[in-house]
Design a protein around this ligand. Structure first.
Ligand code: G1P
Length: 275
């Protein structure tokens, strides 16, 4: 069983300014639900009921969201409006929420290392809530990856084919296809130029990591953008042992960009939201 999921949520969300000036980007609603709640629901569905947030300054409303609001509960109790609280009550019933603050922004690898004290020595999930992944009534991406972890017992990254002109936005893998949609990774590059990219298979923000990743991150020097990159640590892990890439089932929206966010909003309003 994988019980814990790490949520790096310390980033600034500059692309959404001024909306994100005093509000975490993870709290931006896709229709009526904050982006981070979609992620938490996906983790809980995968059995990861401990959600560990690596937060930063100005992110307090995330902690408040995953707690009871007594005043609101009191106001709404016994009225027809209770239905609006159903999804978050459900999350609060099932989940445990822990937090640690990342004091300096030194990259995704550094954020993961900051979360070490919340995880301990066990395999865990990582979910980047900017990547909203939906799979209708089917299993969410993390649940799909847990099933794969039970088979391979090593770190797994979610991957997706992207247009060549977009590889520079992602970590990109190369690897040997084991069976349909499953790759054994032999190389990974963070944010490559089009000409240096080993493929067009991009890493999407879902990972299952074995805990030896923490020691590897400690030894990993800053890489792309001068940041400590999870991709570089995973590359080391792949060389020493095994890292798998998994082409997940479902649809992914890049909610870290305004066009992706708008696309997600339209999709959710038309296909998911109960009008
Ligand atoms: C991060 C990872 C990158 C991955 C991406 C997925 O980059 O470093 O490897 O492809 O998430 O969204 P970021 O988008 O934080 O720059």
């Amino acid at each position: 069983m994988i019980n814990k999921c790490l949520f790096p949520v310390a980033g600034y969300g500059t692309r959404f300014l001024p909306a994100t000036k005093s509000m975490p980007k993870e709290m931006l609603p896709v229709v009526n639900k904050p982006l981070v709640q979609y992620g938490v629901e996906e983790a809980i569905q995968a059995g990861m009921t401990t959600c560990a947030f690596v937060t930063g300054r100005g992110k307090r409303s995330i902690a408040d969201h995953f707690d009871i609001s007594y005043e609101l509960e009191h106001q709404i109790s016994g009225t027809g409006k209770e239905v609006y609280l159903e999804s978050i009550r459900n999350v609060l019933d099932k989940g445990v929420f822990t937090m640690v603050r990342q004091r300096e922004m030194k990259g995704l690898g550094h954020a993961i290392l900051t979360g070490r004290s919340l995880i301990g020595n066990e395999p865990f999930g990582v979910l980047l809530s900017d990547d909203l992944c939906l799979n209708g009534e089917g299993d969410g991406v993390l649940a799909q990856m847990v099933a794969l972890y039970n088979q391979f017992r090593c770190s797994i990254v979610a991957i997706q084919e992207v247009p060549e002109d977009e590889v520079h936005k992602y970590g990109v893998i190369s690897g040997e296809s084991m069976k349909e949609g499953i790759y054994r990774i032999d190389g990974m590059v963070e944010k490559p130029n089009k000409k240096d990219a080993p493929s067009n298979l991009a890493i999407i923000g879902r990972y299952i990591l074995t805990p030896d990743i923490f020691e590897i991150i400690e030894e990993t020097p800053p890489g792309a953008n001068g940041e400590i990159q999870l991709t570089d640590a995973l590359q080391t892990q792949a060389q020493r042992g095994c890292v798998m890439g998994y082409k997940f089932k479902g649809r992914r929206f890049d909610c870290g960009s305004v066009p992706g966010f708008v696309e997600a909003t339209n999709f959710v309003y038309e296909n998911v939201y109960d009008k």
